[in-house]
Design a protein around this ligand. Structure first.
Ligand SMILES: Nc1ncnc2c1ncn2[C@@H]1O[C@H](COP(=O)(O)OP(=O)(O)O)[C@@H](O)[C@H]1O
Ligand SMILES: [Mg+2]
Length: 299
């Protein structure tokens, strides 16, 4: 792959392990050692990078294959990731867990599926299950919130896995259902960059470092106007920031066959303005940048 194609790939695959993310990784790493509270809620508004953070965590623990006493190969998976099914049913939950364990849909009633899930969680030595989009439980009607929580606790008691529940801040209601959950589940927030401050600029610098262009763009340099503009455009949410930057580069033609000069990839304030209008559109309002709130369901 030539250097220009490589650069386009870097732009497409930007993932920056910034300090808010590393703090959560350290928290997740430590969970199994905390016997009494080895579960966690990771909460934050839409577009702050929760799912990307979780998927990247999964990559850090890819697992390996062993051969058991009977000569069968077993995929050891220390961490698994799944999206909480919506609408939530027990069957869909088990299918989602099975899929995360590399098992396709098998026939069986709920009891059979549950047995299979518990067996495989032990056999594949799963230590942590990440349930993304856990807030979707709040708007599912087939099963009560408490029943879901009790059930997840049961899975954990049977297999010793840590539960990592990721969702919007509304999902904290699930923890508030019972004092016991409050002891067992810690809470961590992944927040947007609230201010255009040192921490936001550091994030921009990590982006620029990752792109490693042969000249400075100045993304993190206050004198260029980039940090202020990007913070204004994204409201400090990586879910807006990264697509805006990607679009600005796309407009510069970095994905074209004939892209062969890094100077042409030099983005300006007006490039970002254009990219912002394309990515965010015209309908974006202040409200939709607010932290996701709130659907209350009676329990
Ligand atoms: N740490 C990160 N570094 C770079 N880009 C990120 C990062 N986290 C998220 N993104 C970008 O933001 C988008 C939205 O992130 P996502 O994880 O889906 O947010 P959430 O799950 O909180 O709604 C991703 O598609 C990706 O483009
Ligand atoms: Mg998400």
């Amino acid at each position: 792959m030539n250097a220009f194609k490589q650069f386009a790939d870097k732009v497409d695959n930007l993932f920056v392990e910034h300090e808010k993310v590393t703090e959560i990784y350290e928290h997740l790493d430590a969970l199994p050692t905390q016997q009494r509270s080895r579960h966690s809620f990771i909460l934050g508004g839409g577009g702050v990078g929760k799912s990307q953070m979780a998927k990247n965590y999964l990559k850090k623990y890819p697992g390996h294959t062993i051969v058991d006493d009977e000569g069968t190969e077993v995929d050891i998976r220390p961490v698994v990731y799944l999206e909480t099914p919506h609408p939530f049913t027990w069957k869909e939950l088990y299918y989602a867990i099975l899929k995360s364990l590399g098992v396709s849909r098998i026939a069986g009633n709920v009891g059979d599926l549950k047995e299979r899930v518990l067996y495989l969680l032990r056999r594949q030595q799963v230590k942590k299950i990440i349930f993304d989009e856990i807030h979707s439980v709040l708007t599912s009607t087939a099963v009560s919130n408490r029943a879901v929580m009790e059930h997840l606790k049961h899975i954990s008691n049977e297999t010793n896995v840590s539960l990592i529940l990721i969702g919007t801040s509304a999902a904290k209601q699930l923890r508030d259902l019972d004092d016991q959950y409050k002891t067992r589940f810690r809470v961590k927030y992944l927040r947007r960059f609230e201010e255009c401050d040192h921490s936001f600029c550091h994030f921009l610098k990590l982006i620029e470092d990752q792109l490693s262009l042969p000249f400075p763009l100045g993304l993190a340099n206050m004198d260029t106007g980039f940090p202020e503009l990007l913070h204004y455009q994204s409201k400090g949410k990586v879910g807006f920031l990264i697509p805006i930057i990607q679009e600005a580069f796309r407009q510069k033609g970095i994905h074209n066959e004939d892209f062969n000069d890094f100077e042409k990839a030099k983005i300006s304030i007006s490039d970002l303005d254009r990219a912002y209008r394309i990515v965010v559109g015209d309908e974006e309002t202040e409200e939709s940048f607010e932290e996701d709130e709130i659907f209350i369901k009676t329990i």
